[in-house]
Design a protein around this ligand. Structure first.
Ligand code: BES
Ligand code: MN
Ligand code: ZN
Length: 490
């Protein structure tokens, strides 16, 4: 639960009161905290060094709540970003708020008195606070419960735009949380049929949304050779799920295609055992698509959004596809499967073709597609490729939302590496630039359409430690960017 208040924060009866601090030369200053007892302000300015407080991003410290009603005062670093409502400033607030609520797990109520220079900044603080207050507790209850009550201190509490920003933040955070939950769910509990059911559950009662599920028979009958080929090694058959949000007078039509490999063992081209467990997260794209559609519908955006979830489990078995198999993607393109571990592009090809049959204004695909993406950009920056217009639009939307997406090229010469001796195209290309080759492969299926391909292989799953509003495990990356992009058409 989150609410706005313009009460004197020193008087709030909460477990913790959070204020922002930033580096200021050798001293450290609390930001917009003139209501704090003088002793506390002096303590911060004078003794920050002694207390080890620097004001850096992701630094959270607790001090006794001397002279205020809250039990503890918590300082959260905002670094040097200008807190002026700019995208960088809003992201600094989002991170500072998220680092605080994440660090304060186990407490019940928290008040955040961070700077809110405009309504959008109110939204950013709210979003960060909610994103940081997350825990995945399906399988154990040993961890601290996330903060459940957040009071956001701002003199904009009666401002309509600020209230709307707060409401949007709640929808966004719910979508990101739900995406994380799906990614974190064990693959024995989340396989294609279950994922399809989840799509129905998640959209139940959401106005204007319709779910259609193609099962393995329908997929075979419909010529979806990518989904059938990848899914045939598993005892858990594939699904293609269409989740459509259709408002009455849409200003544009956006299609989203998500990779939903509920577990990627590599298939017959099996992966090494070390680290394979992370491949439960190979459905993060589909999860982001599902909950982006839900969020767009809950916000009632005047944009039609159709999500396509390409769901399969990639397993080795007596029925699995083999390296050298030739499959036919929906629409007729034949693919020689030279490596069964390059399965994502096969299911995504089917999804892209299906999406484009409805002639959307733009199609975005999102996938944990290549290890090469992680090599190129690491664990915190995603890649975006595609046609110039769509790619630039994604970069702009990412900037607005605070997610990190970096533009990458699709060099024509990489097409030669994908040549097959016996089919239209092979599913692997040149070794170097593997992320780009995968993008060039997908381009084969989008024709003249406006299209962007988002590779989130690194950022989708956090195997290291939590930071700012990002927990360990599923991160929910992509939801905020896709939603901002949809809003750019509204
Ligand atoms: N799901 C993987 C990509 C991946 C790797 C995602 C690491 C997240 C972290 C994908 O299906 C895959 O296995 N790609 C292969 C392609 C190769 C065989 C051409 C890869 O990147 O190694
Ligand atoms: Mn793979
Ligand atoms: Zn994969």
């Amino acid at each position: 639960m989150i609410s706005l208040t313009s009460k004197n924060p020193a008087q709030l009866a909460v477990d913790a009161l959070v204020v922002a601090v930033r580096p200021r030369g050798s001293a450290v200053g609390a930001v917009s905290a003139d209501w704090l007892p003088k002793e506390l302000v002096q303590l911060l300015a004078r003794d920050a060094k002694r207390l080890g407080i620097t004001g850096a991003v992701d630094e959270v410290r607790r001090l006794p709540g001397t002279g205020i009603k809250a039990t503890t005062i918590v300082v959260t670093g905002v670094g040097d970003a200008p807190l002026d409502g700019s995208p960088a400033g809003r992201e600094a607030l989002r991170r500072a708020a998220g680092a605080a609520t994440r660090e304060l797990a186990g407490l019940e109520s928290v008040a955040l008195a961070l700077p809110t220079p405009d309504a959008a900044s109110v939204g950013a603080v709210a979003e960060g606070a909610l994103l940081g207050a997350y825990a995945f507790s399906r399988y154990h209850s040993l961890h601290d419960a996330p903060v459940s009550r957040v009071e956001l201190v701002t003199d904009r509490d009666r401002d309509k735009a600020a209230q709307e920003a707060l409401a949007r933040a709640e929808v966004v955070a719910a979508a990101v949380h739900a995406t994380r939950d799906l990614v974190n769910t064990a693959p024995n509990d989340l396989y294609p049929a279950v994922f399809a059911d989840e799509a129905k559950t998640a959209t139940k009662g959401v106005k204007g949304v319709k779910v259609t599920v193609l099962d393995e028979k329908a997929l075979a009958g419909g010529g979806y050779g990518g989904l059938v080929g990848v899914g045939q090694g598993s005892a858990r058959p594939p699904r293609l799920v269409r989740v459509a949000y259709a408002p009455s007078k849409p200003r544009a039509t956006v299609a989203l295609v998500g990779k939903g490999i509920t577990f990627d063992s590599g298939g017959i081209s099996i992966k090494p055992a070390a680290g394979m467990e992370a491949m439960k997260s190979d459905m993060a794209g589909a999860a982001a698509v599902l909950h982006t559609v839900v969020a767009a519908a809950r916000l009632g955006l005047p944009v039609a959004v159709t999500g396509w979830l390409c769901l399969a489990e990639n397993m080795p078995s007596g029925t699995a596809q083999r390296p050298s198999d030739v499959i036919t993607i929906r629409g007729g393109t034949t693919v020689e499967v030279l490596n069964t571990d390059a399965e994502g592009r096969l299911v995504m090809a089917d999804g892209l073709v299906a999406a484009l049959e409805e002639k959307p204004d733009v199609v975005l695909d999102i996938a944990t597609l290549t290890g090469a993406q992680v090599v190129a950009l690491g664990h915190r920056v995603s890649a975006v490729m595609g046609t110039d217009d769509a790619r630039e639009r994604v970069v702009a939307a990412a900037g607005e939302s605070g997610e990190l997406f970096w533009p990458m090229p699709l060099p024509d010469e990489l097409r030669a590496g994908l040549k097959s001796k016996i089919a239209d195209i092979a599913n692997i290309g040149e070794r170097w630039g593997g992320m780009l080759s995968a993008g060039v492969f997908l381009r084969e299926f989008v024709g003249e359409s406006s299209w962007a391909h988002l590779d989130i292989a690194g950022p989708a799953f956090n195997e290291k430690s939590a930071h700012d509003y990002t927990p360990v495990g599923g991160t929910g990356v992509g939801v905020r960017t896709l939603l901002a992009l949809i809003e750019s058409y509204a």
